[in-house]
Design a protein around this ligand. Structure first.
Ligand SMILES: Cc1ncc(COP(=O)(O)O)c(C=O)c1O
Length: 372
């Protein structure tokens, strides 16, 4: 095996088209909110199949603005999965509300619908479903629960641009959805975020909050901030959006290839996709069984020595993060989340991998599995 190889866990796919579009915007001198941002919003809304898309500075702000627009704040509870990037829960805290952690299902690592039901109280105002790794959460069941209990249903689609359930895109199922456009995401603007919704008053309120509550030049009807996306970022976003399906297809064929080969290795559990769901493989996450000759952390170290970068999404369940322990959250409230944090390993799956890269990843894991 060639030890000189270096396979990155992720790499943005930026071509001449993005560069040209950015130069075009720079030449136009319209650098801030302008026609390119509006075009990006329109095209993104069309792609997701919603009425409104509002481009903002990042995915964290996108979630915060949704919560703020919905009037969620002090005294309110919001149910979030315990196993996700911390922004999902922290945006609730930032609004002065309380994140309530629900466990995940181990088949897809997304929020466990039965545990959501357990966690509803008279203070619950909303559920945030995270389409973790690019696999949609069970939005049908969550929609029913949200409707039954009169809760808002928010999608954290930061990792799931283009994912679908029965042909319907995520980002169009909840009351509002937040996408991140960070550099490692399936499509990027460097930093950036975009909110989608079909509900007119939510869109209108978010547009106000994004721009100092301004309705016309220097006339402000509510408290807002500056959470805008620049025209330069929108230019990159427009080109990335036009490539998204192709890039997702590459991720999907890489994932299928890995799964076909890895499923033959004892002690490695490849990721599953529920029937009717379209996974967009933001991450390709395997489960290292306790029977595998090396622990998850040892596998990660060994792969690194062979030049294969991996990642752990995520090494600590949110309720065990020092931030939440200090706020008095008890230990061990979400056993599946704890279990996942100890066993999952994200392998490279990004569109720039070659077949040789994929073979090298599989063969290295196969080699590790043969330790006596
Ligand atoms: C699940 C999830 N939610 C929210 C965010 C926040 O997005 P951003 O980094 O653009 O603020 C991320 C980004 O990593 C994420 O993965």
């Amino acid at each position: 095996m060639n030890n000189k190889r270096h396979i990155k866990i992720t790499e943005p796919v930026i071509g001449e088209e993005e560069i040209e579009k950015v130069v075009e915007v720079l030449r136009s001198k319209w650098l801030v909110h302008g026609p390119v941002v509006e075009e990006f919003e329109q095209k993104f809304a069309e792609y997701i199949g919603v009425e409104h898309a509002i481009a903002v500075a990042n995915g964290t702000i996108a979630l915060q603005l949704i919560l703020e627009a919905l009037g969620i704040g002090s005294g309110d509870e919001v149910i979030v999965p315990d196993f996700t990037f911390i922004a999902t829960a922290n945006t609730v805290l930032m609004r002065g509300a309380k994140p309530v952690f629900a466990d995940i299902e181990l088949e897809t690592y997304t929020i466990d619908v039965d545990d959501v039901l357990e966690k509803i109280t008279s203070k619950t105002r909303a559920i945030i479903a995270v389409h973790l790794y690019g696999h949609p959460a069970d939005m049908r069941a969550l929609r029913e629960i949200a409707d039954d209990y009169k809760l808002y249903l928010i999608e954290d689609a930061a990792q799931a641009h283009g994912a679908e359930i029965d042909g319907v895109k995520v980002g169009s199922i909840g009351d509002a959805a937040a996408f991140s456009l960070y550099a490692t995401k399936n499509m990027t603007t460097g930093e950036g975020g975009i909110i989608t919704t079909n509900i007119g008053w939510i869109a209108e309120r978010i547009r106000l909050l994004r721009n100092h509550g301004q309705v016309r030049k220097y006339y402000h009807i509510t408290l807002g901030g500056n959470y805008r996306l620049t025209s330069i970022q929108a230019a990159i976003g427009l080109v990335q959006l036009s490539k998204l399906d192709k890039l997702n297809e590459r991720r999907n064929s890489n994932a299928q290839y890995l799964t076909t080969r890895l499923s033959k290795i004892e002690g490695i559990r490849p990721p599953k996709v529920k029937p009717g769901y379209k996974h967009v493989w933001h991450q390709y996450v395997i489960w290292i069984e306790d029977t595998f000759p090396y622990t998850r952390d040892e596998v990660r170290d060994k792969l690194s020595k062979y030049g294969i970068s991996t990642a752990i999404h995520y090494p600590l369940p949110l309720h065990l993060q020092p931030l939440y322990r200090a706020l008095g959250y008890p230990e061990n409230i979400c056993p599946n989340s704890i279990d996942a944090s100890r066993h999952v390993l994200s392998l490279p799956v990004h569109p720039l991998l070659s077949k040789e890269d994929l073979d090298y990843i599989v063969e290295t894991i196969l080699l590790l599995s043969k330790r006596r």
